[in-house]
Ligand binder design. Structure first.
Ligand code: NAD
Ligand code: MG
Length: 386
């Protein structure tokens, strides 16, 4: 049976990989609609290749000229509200959200409300509004399938085992390009150095997040919501080869791992064909060559992101949204040479310290906390740079 799919963030790293998976799966997948941020030329090419019914672009400048670029029969979607209606339309089975940051929150919620399954790459959505999203998922009885490689690995290892049998979820981290660096080394890091990731080829923001370990912090919060586990059940181990994508330790001490060469097309395909497994574009593991897998504890002194993330989970309420928003502002400042590399974690810490937590009882309080954190982080960075 064919799955009708919408891809949000189609021109990004995950979006392009998802379209390669769709082409590989052939008739099993039909791409109904695509949404992107600003690259309208690429979006138009994608729409033509996959015969989509509609396309949306967030950038208002680019949106004006979009209709003229699209092939006959493809509708140019003008507003966020129409986008939310279209992801909820009867012809959609699953929405893959791969928008960087939190702009995917509203369309994801609209799709869940309409009973659609979600393949979620945008971890920021769960970090910001985990309680709201998970409530909605439970209420509507839809599947929330994790695209993030660690969570997809955990999902596969957990395989619906009862929570009483689980002792730990162990997320692997590559350690990023600055594994083993001293505090002095980290002060001198430039955006170009931070953008050179040793094992994964990804979008800009997640690449910087991987270098600070903020990505792993965001993933701890993501795992907390996805699998309903407490922070002391979540661990991180540095594994530079990125072959073991994550592990589950059960109460009898047995550990299950999911492995493979690093390639996001596998978890994307897993989500699109779930619960079936199909031949994929994944290269086989070269076991005819010598292979070493290393594991080491993370350096929590020089990389405070993991502690900050666990603090955010424990604090609860609006704190994870604040953690996420402050990080987004600080990463942007770092990319524009307005913040040092260690300054990213310091800014997140300072904004969290200053936050008066509120219950995350609905979108309004979350969005207000997000907006406050962005303003306060910008202020903090202004002070640092003076
Ligand atoms: P990217 O920067 O390469 O792509 C982001 C996409 O989002 C682009 O298509 C961009 O046009 C689109 N976009 C931005 N703002 C938008 C808006 N307002 N409306 C619609 N589209 C918008 O990022 P990426 O590396 O593909 O990552 C996407 C998400 O997936 C992030 O949340 C990231 O944390 C997560 N993720 C990525 C990887 C990876 O390997 N790249 C792995 C795991 C999780
Ligand atoms: Mg990941």
């Amino acid at each position: 049976m064919s799955q009708n799919v919408v891809i949000l963030g189609s021109t990004g790293s995950i979006g392009e990989s998802a379209l390669q998976v769709a082409a590989h799966l052939g008739d099993a997948v039909r791409i109904v609609g695509l949404a992107a941020g600003s690259r309208s030329e690429r979006l138009a090419e994608q729409v033509a290749e996959f015969g989509c019914k509609w396309a949306y672009i967030a950038d208002p400048e680019k949106a004006r000229g979009l209709g003229a670029r699209l092939p006959d029969g493809c509708r140019a979607v003008q507003t966020d509200r129409t986008l939310c209606e279209l992801v909820a339309a009867p012809d959609v089975d699953i929405v893959l959200c791969a928008i960087v940051g939190t702009a995917g929150l509203r369309p994801v919620l609209a799709a869940i409300e309409a009973g659609k399954d979600i393949a979620l790459a945008s971890k920021e959505v769960l970090v910001m509004a985990g309680a709201t999203v998970m409530d909605c998922v439970r209420r509507q009885g839809v599947r929330l399938l994790p695209v993030d490689s660690e969570h997809c690995a955990l999902f596969q290892c957990l395989d619906q085992k009862p929570s009483a049998e689980i002792s730990r979820l162990i997320l692997t981290a590559s350690g990023g390009p600055f594994r083993g660096a001293s505090a002095d080394d980290l002060c001198a890091v430039t955006p170009e150095q931070a953008l050179a990731h040793p094992t994964w080829n990804m979008g800009r923001k997640i690449t910087i997040d991987s270098a600070t370990l903020m990505n792993k912090g965001l993933e701890l919060i993501e795992a907390h919501w996805l699998f309903g586990v407490a922070p002391d059940t979540l661990d991180v181990v540095v594994h530079p080869q990125s072959i073991v994508h994550s592990m589950v330790e059960f109460v009898d001490g047995s550990i299950l791992a999911q492995m493979g060469l690093p390639d996001m097309r596998l978890p994307i395909q897993y989500c699109l064909t779930y619960p079936k497994r199909c031949p994929s574009l994944q290269r086989p593991m070269p076991f005819d060559e010598a292979l070493t897998l290393d594991f080491e504890p993370p350096d929590v002194q020089n990389f405070p992101a993991l502690r900050l993330a666990k603090d955010a989970i424990c604090a609860g309420g609006t704190m994870p949204a604040v953690f996420n928003a402050a990080n987004e502002v600080a990463v942007d400042a770092f990319c524009h040479d307005n913040c040092s590399f260690p300054g990213i974690s310091c800014t997140v810490d300072a904004v969290m310290q200053a936050h008066d937590i509120l219950p995350a009882s609905g979108l309004d309080s979350i969005l207000a906390a997000d907006a406050w954190a962005r303003r306060y982080a910008t202020e903090c960075l202004g002070v640092v740079n003076r």
